[in-house]
Each structure stands twice: as C-alpha cells, then as structure tokens.
Design a protein around this ligand. Sequence first.
Ligand SMILES: [Fe+2]
Ligand SMILES: [Fe+2]
Length: 139
Amino acid sequence: MLSLEAFAHYRLGVEPLDTEHWEILDSLRQLSDSRSRKEDLRIVEHIVDLWSKHAMTEERTMKSMQYPYAEWHIKEHSEMMGRFRALKERIVRSSEYHDRSWIASELQVIVCQHIDTHDMQIHQFIKQRNSQSGDSHGN
Ligand SMILES: [Fe+2]
Ligand SMILES: [Fe+2]
C-alpha cells in the first residue's frame, strides 16, 4: 500500500489540489483494513465521491491558470469515472471474493497513474511558467 514517501511524490504544490489528493490516497489505504464486500463498496463509493469533487476543483484550477491541456485532462477525468463504475460492478458481481487484494491495487493504479501523469503535468506547467516569469519561489 501507499507509503508516506509515495504521498510526498505526488505533491503538485497547488492547494487545494494537494490536500484533496491526500484525502483520496488516504482513503485508498483504508481499503486494506476493510473486512467485507459492503465495507469495500462503502470505501470505493467514498473515494469516487471525493474524486468527483476533486475533479471539479482541478478543472476550475486549470481554467483559471489557462492550462493549455485542460480539455484533454477533463476528458481523462470523465473516462476515470467510467473505470470507477466498472470496478464497483466487479465488486458487486465478483464470485471469487475470497481474494480482494485486486480492489485496492486496481483502484490505486487508476488514481496514481492519473496523478503521476496528467496531474504532474500541471506541476510542470506551473514550474515552467514561474521560471519564465523569473519567479524563483516556484518549486
Ligand atoms: Fe486530474
Ligand atoms: Fe488530481
């Protein structure tokens, strides 16, 4: 499961995006303590709720900073909602429920791959913009 070092790795340097990422990643960790399908579904639904709220915040942030890849990024957010729905369906329907480790790992892949690729590009964009404007405080 995600270590504290991994959390630090996903830091964009933009609030409230970092706090929201933290909440989502922290909820992912709770899946390993879950003891039932009902509990799994409750946690996954909570993560999806956090995610959809976060996606709106992030989309507003990208627009306000005139981020050039916002449209592509927003499309990726809606594709992720489809992947979350498919995962929830699998939890409900899975007959091989004795091994539940795939739930946390699949959800982690969906979320972390997105943050690591698409969201980190926002970080790169800010860094580049700050260096062009001579702002040495950007990191
Ligand atoms: Fe994103
Ligand atoms: Fe994000």
